[in-house]
Ligand binder design. Sequence first.
Ligand code: GLV
Ligand code: MN
Ligand code: MN
Ligand code: MN
Length: 418
Amino acid sequence: MTQPKIDVLVPDSDRMWADIMELSSIVDDRSPGWSREVFSEPYKASRDWTLQRMRDAGLEASIDAAGNIVGRLAGKNPNAPAIMTGSHTDTVHSGGRFDGIVGVMGAIEAARMLQESGTRLTSDLIVVDFLGEEANPFGVSCIGSRAIAGVLDPTHLERQDADGVSMAAAMAKFGLDPAAAVAMAWKPSDVKSYIELHVEQGPMLENAGTEIGVVTSIAGIERLMAVFTGRADHAGTTPMDQRADALIAAAEAILTVERVGCGAPIHGVTTTGKIATGQGAFNVVPDSSTIWAEIRSIDPSWLSGARRRIADQIAEDAAKRGVEVAIDLLNDQDPVPASQSMQDTVARAADSLGLSWAAVPSGAGHDAAHMAHLGSMGMIFIPSRGGRSHCPDEWTDKEHLGSGVQVLTSTLINLDQA
Ligand code: GLV
Ligand code: MN
Ligand code: MN
Ligand code: MN
């Protein structure tokens, strides 16, 4: 069979847009925006919808023990390692309609385009919708891709949410097999390369008027939880210099987290995403407070230095206030560079389609970071309006979506021929 020229493969952007909008109707409508959080009822319902979409697109699809939806389009050589693409369809609470979702719906559209144009790859094409990419109450993001990559371990299963429920119990309740998920581990020989289409979730592409981002590296993430314990006292009678105010110590810590991020070089960001206090009242000096913060960078040295500086400064400042602090440091993910060959393949695809591109780092975490354990990894970014993401205003134009899927499909074909 003669292969069509890759630039004649044009996605049906309306069809893909309709998929994205239809999926966005399967959400928890009690919250603003779009909430389809891992282990929730709407997420469960959406898994059946996505499975069916893959089957309708001609993929042989099923759900594995870790809850990943895996669809396969058979290639000409059953012994060749597969080419894999996909992303996630869970959202943060009150998130948007595009983060992760374009990578799954775009992959399904690419599979349809290949079949409709009569293009049969040599390798199998695997389309995957990984379970639970977003951060969750158990503190384990990218559950499904970790399982496939063989880096979901038993300690992840033991992690508990605020109610003391373990992640293993939550997985079992969702109909999954946690022990089998931990044991899963695909072999590097199963996958030749993994490529993920994703919205940028930041402003760089839009600001530069660039259509495609060739991802150079995925930021590493360090997380910390600091629990401050002070002393409750009468707010009217206790002199200012005789207090052990846990909430003020937490406030000072939040500013320390910000200050270290503001001093970052090329790419480094710090965020305190959550704070909690004890009972709290107008007239009581707070005796307890907890903050949850994270540090991200594509530079591993800066990342570990920032983590140490933040922890040391928080401890020093709290001690001056007579407040005790226990800091729990959690390395979530090291920075992961995209393979140079993948970056070149994506850039070449963009060039051949006449699309502008720029090399960009990813500040967001992605399933791709785990898939790099199995084979060469790359990512394609498309612009996010106003750089907004993880909020209901998240938006990507249909035309950018079409360009992204076209680059994805060209890349798949080129990877197959490489
Ligand atoms: C997930 O989207 C993350 O980057 O935190
Ligand atoms: Mn995402
Ligand atoms: Mn996200
Ligand atoms: Mn993410």
